[in-house]
Design a protein around this ligand. Structure first.
Ligand SMILES: Nc1nc2c(ncn2[C@@H]2O[C@H](COP(=O)(O)OP(=O)(O)OP(=O)(O)O)[C@@H](O)[C@H]2O)c(=O)[nH]1
Ligand SMILES: [Mg+2]
Length: 457
């Protein structure tokens, strides 16, 4: 990768604990021009780059603080392009803090939040996309999101943006040259080629934005709501999914009054599951409030499990709920519970054919059907076969949307031959796209223009 700026040897040497002090092993990171010299004061060892050395750490009074593994990364071949020394010391509260204090006494400064990464950005080691991906990776609550973020950290999205930027710069340079031609001399084949490239980009960008939606939601963990009329077994289902008696279960209608939420892990994907109050005509204000809350939770959920009593016919309450479900944007799965009882005929086919719902027959008492349900949920969470580029933050999504909009605006101007206006829109598209990784530099466009064309004017 191109370096934006050479490593600034005059920056402070910063230090921080990279792990929680409750870990069994703690890592202290020291970064900056003095890192190597400071590590020598602690270890009395001339550390060899990228070699793990077992070192005794002693303080100014020669008191042994710890025996730990030290690794030296020589600039610029480190995470942030500076000299870095990592101390892998013993865990717990005391040892790491003693070493940290010693380094501070010897002249290092406590790093501010994100300062190691900021230096990585300033030294051209990571672009904005990679920084955002790294920050999100630490927080990711789903396997799919983590895999996608790891790819972006490796540079998948950055490369995609970089390649399109180069093409857009090239297009802009060509348009700038054409602007000076008279209308009759316009290269219509070139304009057509530019139009079809922009149309392809518009489709690609829309696809990326659409396919990134679920991935972006799954960064925070998906939300699942269990809804249905009273007594169908919603709370029993929550307990079965959790493998514990979290919610009160009884055959009295309206047992659950408030929303109960717990997290479950489905094959590496964290899912926030909410059991809700049975939806029906409430008998009192509190029940009404509970039902209102249930509906709100259902609306905000990514997945809704709509539970029915599979041993009984659908009644007016079920039909009300089915009407509600048809208005939701969430993925809905209809569960026919109590399949240990005699099933009501044709219920499954009615839900499938008349209401277009995916169904599963279960019993909350039967672990086999809960495993089947978890399997189906895994499919819903990881449903897309999309293998293209994924965005790793909502900000990136907004920037790509802005770029897409400008490209759409450029098309009619190209068709009309009003190239100045087309150029303005493509520049705006380029600017939005560029801001995803780093700021757009007009010099780049000029370089491209002057290097490729003999303008001669
Ligand atoms: N036979 C059978 N009974 C079940 C099953 N699941 C739940 N039940 C029973 O159905 C009754 C209602 O269960 P809950 O889980 O409290 O139902 P709910 O939908 O949460 O009810 P509300 O909180 O009142 O809305 C209880 O008596 C459960 O034991 C099942 O798979 N089979
Ligand atoms: Mg309940």
């Amino acid at each position: 990768m191109k370096y934006l700026a050479p490593t600034d040897q005059t920056t402070d040497t910063i230090v921080a604990l990279a792990t929680k002090d409750t870990s069994t092993i703690n890592i202290i990171r020291l970064s900056g021009s003095e890192a190597k010299a400071l590590s020598f004061k602690l270890t009395s060892k001339d550390l060899i780059p990228r070699v793990a050395s077992l070192c005794k750490i002693k303080d100014e009074k020669n008191i042994l603080l710890d025996k730990c593994i030290c690794i030296y990364y020589k600039a610029p071949f480190s995470f942030n392009g500076e000299d870095i020394v990592e101390f892998q010391c013993h865990g717990g509260f005391v040892v790491a803090n003693e070493i940290l204090s010693l380094l501070l006494r010897l002249g290092a400064r406590l790093a501010e939040a994100g300062e190691f990464s900021k230096r990585a950005f300033l030294n051209g080691k990571l672009d904005l996309v990679q920084l955002e991906s790294m920050a999100a990776l630490v927080q990711a609550k789903s396997k799919k999101a983590a895999l996608m973020l790891a790819e972006n950290l490796e540079g998948k999205l950055s490369k995609y943006i970089h390649d399109i930027r180069s093409n857009m710069i090239d297009i802009l340079a060509r348009i700038e040259v054409m602007i000076d031609y008279s209308e009759e001399d316009l290269d219509t084949r070139l304009i057509e080629a530019i139009k079809s490239y922009l149309e392809k980009l518009i489709l690609e960008f829309s696809d990326i934005i659409e396919n990134s939606k679920l991935a972006l939601t799954s960064l925070e963990g998906l939300k699942l709501a269990i809804i249905g009329k009273p007594n169908v077994g919603k709370s029993s289902l929550l307990n079965a999914l959790l493998l514990e008696d979290r919610a009160i279960v009884s055959n009295i209608e309206g047992t659950t009054r408030d929303v109960i939420s717990e997290y479950i892990n489905i094959d590496g994907n964290l899912l926030k599951v909410s059991d809700t109050a049975g939806i029906h005509e409430g008998k009192d204000d509190i029940e009404e409030l509970g039902i209102k809350k249930s509906l709100e939770v259902a609306k905000k959920s990514d997945i809704v499990l709509c539970v029915f009593d599979g041993s009984k016919d659908l009644d007016s309450k079920d039909l009300e709920i089915l009407k509600l479900v048809s208005t939701l944007d969430s993925k809905v799965l209809a569960l026919l519970n109590k399949n240990d009882l005699k099933p009501y005929p044709n219920l499954e086919s009615r839900l499938t054919k008349d209401f277009g719902l995916k169904t599963l027959s279960i019993s909350t008492n039967d672990i086999g059907s809960i495993i089947k349900l978890k399997h189906l949920l895994k499919g819903l969470i990881e449903d897309s076969n999309y293998k293209g580029v994924m965005l790793s933050s909502k900000e990136q999504s907004l920037k790509l949307e802005a770029s897409l909009k400008s490209l759409q605006n450029a098309l009619p101007f190209l068709s009309e031959g009003t190239l100045e206006l087309a150029s303005l829109e493509i520049s705006a598209a380029l600017k939005s796209l560029s801001s995803m990784t780093h700021e757009f530099d007009t010099e780049e466009m000029l370089d491209s223009m002057f290097s490729q064309f003999c303008v001669g004017k």
